[in-house]
Design a protein around this ligand. Sequence first.
Ligand code: 3NM
Length: 213
Amino acid sequence: MNRPLDFKLYVITGENYHPGRGMMEVMEAALRGGADIVQLRDKTSPKRELIEKARRLKELTAKYGVPLIVNDHPDVALAADADGVHLGQDDLPIEVARELLGPRRIIGISTHRIEQARAAERAGADYIGVGPVYPTGTKPGRQAVTTAYVAQAAAEIRIPFVAIGGITETNAEEVLRAGARRLCAVSAIVGRDNPEAVCRNLLGKINAWTSGE
Ligand code: 3NM
């Protein structure tokens, strides 16, 4: 599958995002609900464990024809034959990740202001994250960029961008109104009892905003 890439609802799993419930069960529910890109984000597991998790997830996402992205680690992505990596601003530069991963795999990067978005686009990123739109306990200590940055990205950035950070079923429309056409949520999806229903609801909202465009 790999590039080219398009998606609407990005779901992240890993660490303690869904305590008491298995990653596979939660992600299968999200996929049934229409999640169309999945990221494994796990800052604590040893790499061997991470590779195992990524391989199991890849089997699942492949069944649904959905790309799997690995946070931070191009080597893990390659070992699991994942579709790409997601980088932070302090991780490997995009150009280095591209050399490691080759032309086919997807490279995404988190951005927190428009200069970073412009730089990511120039460096050949396939998509960017725009956030955190709202304050969020999932990524504590980072100031919210508000929907103002979403609007800036919508006006200027040509590669796909996904709004992330504190997005819920309640505020999704505000983010879409600001110009986002792709949403990512962690706690509001995998932290809930019914990820499938939440995904359906969020996708319905995204589709309502994108129909007729
Ligand atoms: N990255 P939730 S915000 C993983 O702005 C992550 O780059 C962000 O989790 C960024 O949906 C974030 O629970 C956390 O707020 C998203």
